[in-house]
Design a protein around this ligand. Sequence first.
Ligand code: FAD
Length: 469
Amino acid sequence: MDTTTLPQQMIAQLENIVGQSFLFSDTATRTHYGHDETEDYNFPPSVVVKPANAQEISEIMKLANIYKIPVVPIGGRTGLSGGALSIYGGIGLSTERLNSITIDEKNLQAILGPAAITQQFQEAALEKGLFYPPDPSSRGSCTIGGNVAENAGGARAVKYGVTKDYVLNLEVVLPTGEIIRTGANTLKNSTGYNLTQLMVGSEGTLGIITQIVMKLLPKNTHNVLMLVPFFKAEQACEAVAAIFRAGVVPSALEFMERDAIDWGLRFLDNVNLNVKDEVQAHLLIEVDGNYPDILFAEAEKIMNVMEQFDIDEVLYADTEEQKNALWKLRRTVAEAVKSNSIYKEEDTVVPRYELPTLLKGVKAIGEKYGFKSVCYGHAGDGNLHVNIIKGDMSDDNWKNEVPKGIREIFELTVSLKGTLSGEHGIGYVQKNYMDIAFDKKQLGLMKAIKGIFDPNNILNPGKILPDVI
Ligand SMILES: Cc1cc2nc3c(=O)[nH]c(=O)nc-3n(C[C@H](O)[C@H](O)[C@H](O)COP(=O)(O)OP(=O)(O)OC[C@H]3O[C@@H](n4cnc5c(N)ncnc54)[C@H](O)[C@@H]3O)c2cc1C
């Protein structure tokens, strides 16, 4: 499929739909919308369009079907699996003009345009005393539409769940151009196949989400945050499952290997934290609720668990400033890694008790294939982000050896009853590992679903499903 240039007549028709000032074919704009945060990839679309509403998107999809031109939905471009890359050129469809945020206080719900920035939505909810828990570290620039498309998680998923747990109803433009609603604005719904949840996590391959109805919670008033340094990284992973067995469900439970902390500290240079040379990893642990006494009791229970391991002095964040600094450090790790070297990030996830085995296995596979990895992530969910660092590795090894190592890492996660991605999606970069998690029958079902929604395979083609099934 080569659609690096579009027929002139089609461009004129696109202009008629979105208006001249919302169609861009200059190199700078195409390059800008040609990348997300996945490695160093850039696949510029042939044109970028910025429609105003679902109706315009519907007309674009109908036109694209006539010309058989691919369309790629583009949100905040913070994706880490290459879902928003226009790998075959075609139309890059930025949702950025659909960014409305309406909070429905009566029902504890929100009605959102897909381009609403996650943090702005969280803050709008907080202003009304309400809480939207999913909290991807990229919240300052990712969009709610992108979060739904990837089923994003983040630090608070361990207690509150991921994006799918908050989506009640969607408006979607199908690849063929019809506009549908997937469900109802209700907390319960046992009415037919669950189209809402089929759309969640479909990475822009089954439809373009144009409106989202989200559930909200009342906001909590208090939290306790602590940073626990471990002298052995595997013990930090062991401690994760032990916390739950002690009867506490933290609102965040994050793992950071030594390099992740060091690189984060260097990247920020305004967070003061003294880490002893012998420390190999940290757990950042938060409990939240409305009653300080209960939270302190839970924190004490966690401390009792921590003391069973080889740890250094625990840091309790006393002030809001300290809490913000620790969260900033955690949220910065991905950017800090990126600023150090070209890297590949694998979003492995296993049942949480298997985390120590996963970490040990990742390091052994790295030694076998000659790569260094920096690991961190949402340990409470068993979700370990494995960042494979290129450093001074030869291009040849990077291209030919590292993928073999990645395959072994995924084989390990699946053997531990885990899977390839916990929250970043499969997109472009992980699709050819899907055979590790699914057999031909399962992949065939997914392909058939894609075919029903998108008979001409024009909505975000070349994503999720492997090249050969
Ligand atoms: C520093 C950093 C930290 C991160 N931390 C986390 C984290 O803690 N947790 C987490 O889950 N993720 C995290 N991510 C990954 C990323 O932010 C999420 O995947 C996010 O959901 C992507 O949203 P986006 O708006 O940037 O989408 P994009 O990157 O623009 O697109 C992602 C996918 O969604 C599709 N899409 C976008 N909008 C729509 C729409 N309206 N309809 C249909 N499909 C659409 C695109 O086609 C693409 O396939 C992080 C990324 C970075 C760079």
